[in-house]
Ligand binder design. Structure first.
Ligand code: SAM
Length: 233
């Protein structure tokens, strides 16, 4: 964890450090990928709102990058509002499932790649939009990941995130439940931050907050949909 962002890690594991190899980060997700793919979206109405808002922000010329795409559900649903979308995930199993889905219903401007969001290497200003749904709490180092996102975005480009802010939830979740689940292999290492801390981190990394919305339709929503613009024209 870097000192810049106010967050703690809900894990007692000594392996929960910023320099964990990608293979170690992928292990938990590789194991559960088929089950994750089979699980229904819990709040479909909220998800549809998120998809509609994302589509409205993306133009047909945009080069879009998605980090932590899982089995590609969102990438496959977004098309064809973008010019090109590369959807990425650290888990090869998640990407294998995403590619199976794409093969069953091909979309010419969409591709899936295995990529660690902690170490993006797409080149300076190579994308107009970066999407991060349900993944920022899972990266090893939030500040490092946001530096990477900022480098990848073209000036004026958009970062669109929807991420659980675990420190805003029941304190027992981050302090007790998740560490115990992690110990028995039922949860990955997670970062616990509050929504204001996440917004402050984005701002600190040159990403100006454009919108903060809540799309959930079931109970209290602690996953803000945040749109932030990289400074520059
Ligand atoms: C909760 S799932 C979310 C998947 C998808 N974005 C969604 O909203 O359904 C988290 C995903 O993030 C991926 N992930 C975790 N750590 C990652 C990292 N360091 N880089 C890229 N992907 C990562 C996992 O493999 C998993 O597919």
């Amino acid at each position: 964890m870097t000192s810049g962002t106010r967050h703690t890690r809900a894990s007692s594991s000594p392996t929960a450090t910023a320099d964990r190899p990608a293979a170690a980060k992928a292990r938990f997700w590789d194991k559960i990928a088929r089950k994750y793919a089979a699980d229904p979206v819990t709040d479909m109405a909220g998800y549809e709102t998120t998809l509609a808002r994302a589509r409205a922000l993306i133009a047909p010329t945009h080069r879009v990058l998605e980090i932590g795409c899982g089995t590609g559900t969102t990438a496959l649903r977004l098309g064809p509002c973008y010019g090109h979308l590369v959807a990425t995930d650290v888990s090869a199993e998640m990407i294998a499932i995403a590619r199976e889905k794409l093969a069953a219903a091909p979309q010419p401007n969409l591709e899936f790649q295995v990529v660690d969001a902690d170490a993006l290497a797409f080149g300076q200003a190579s994308h107009d939009v970066v999407l991060a749904f349900n993944v920022l709490h899972l990266v090893s180092d939030l500040d490092a990941a946001l530096t990477s996102v900022e480098n990848t975005l073209a000036p004026g480009g958009l970062f669109i995130s929807k991420t659980p802010c675990i420190a805003d939830m029941n304190p027992l979740l981050g302090k007790v439940l998740l560490p115990v689940m992690r110990l028995v292999g039922k949860a990955p290492p997670v970062l616990c931050f509050r929504a204001p801390d996440l917004q402050a981190a984005l701002t600190r990394h040159g990403l100006e907050i454009v919108a903060v919305e809540y799309h959930g339709t079931k109970g209290k929503d602690l996953r803000p949909f945040i749109v932030a613009r990289k400074r520059g024209s």
